[in-house]
Ligand binder design. Sequence first.
Ligand code: AMP
Ligand code: GLY
Length: 422
Amino acid sequence: MRVLIVGSGGREHALAWAVREANKLFIAPGNAGTREFGENVSIKATDTEGLVAFSRRENIDLVVVGPEVPLADGLADALGQAGVSCFGPSAAAAEIESSKVFAKAFMQRHNVPTAQWQAFLLDQVEEAKAYARTLERCVVKASGLAAGKGAIMCEDHTSSDRALHELLTVGRLGDAGREVVVEEWMEGEEASVFALTDGDDYLVLDPAQDHKRAFNDDLGPNTGGMGAYAPAPVMTSNLIDEVCRSIIEPVLEGMAREGRRYTGCLYAGLMVTDQGPKVVEFNCRFGDPETQVVLPLIGADPIEVLLGAASGGIGNLRLTKQSLAAACVVLASGGYPGSYNKGYPISGLNTASEIPGALVFHAGTKSDGQRTVTAGGRVLGVTAVASTLREAIGRAYEAADLIEFDGKHLRRDIGYRALGRE
Ligand code: AMP
Ligand code: GLY
């Protein structure tokens, strides 16, 4: 099996680790950590033509696409036309992430539970502000892809007025914000559920919980995610069944009926509300950092599962429930998610990896001669697997504390909701 992973973050390092038994593994472009399992190739994740040509030249059997932008740009379509199997949906199916207006209207058509909402265009600022005033608290969202910066939580009507002015009048998010969704602010606990699907059948991975805010106690700005753990006990097995019946299945059936057959990973970002689980958002790919905690618990051969989703036959596979838990603590650059410096040497990577159960996934790193240096906002995802969540969290912090670089910042409370339930 010859596999190509597309992307360069912690998610892609975790994918590379998961498929490390492949006969040949390439990562485009990869990071300093992915080299441990395969060959980094200097082709950008957004270079569709380059990736297709490389896949044909190297007789790749399976391409696994990490990030959303190449999928929204049609990488899976182009690979399909070239006869290469791809884990990841077509551009039409990826619209479930790349257009929030499409996703919300689709959920409405198929009775998928989500927050009450309306969509507005550039010339509808006043209508949008008036609608926001009908909701006690709301969330204003750019419809297009905005690298995790597209949702503005509005505690009151002054902030919704300001958010709508910024997006529709000032154009702060450019094209992504030319159309906005205004929706009800939902109360509850969040969880991420990943369904891996070939379009007909699907397998659900352990539910995970992300920590989106930059600082302890969920304070500070939203980030790409400062840590995660799985399984998340908020998602009981009854709730998972409900999510499958009321969300995953209607989405897969609806997408197929609308000519957008969905394959790859359907990421359901959920809010567990008093009225049951509701969709916050869909993503057309694995979550980051959630992938770092769900793949180590998968309970099947990851290559078979990814190939089953890409080429069909996932219905013949089963996941064995593991009595394990995993936690991931993100080490970020000082200043992230705002501006930060890069190029600081990282120490302690090897000693951290020796902590039992630890897996140190690189995110924003690169090799600089013999050294590994910081090269992004989220630098590392220090993960640990153990028989209990408490132990996994303890081990992840033990490993995280052995790693140093200038400006390193991390949250100290990853998993607090789950531990609070014990
Ligand atoms: P999104 O860009 O849709 O992923 O939203 C980013 C984050 O904002 C989510 O993970 C939630 O924490 C929060 N959020 C988005 N929409 C809502 C909502 N309707 N109610 C409450 N929180 C939300
Ligand atoms: N961890 C959130 C995301 O991957 O979108």
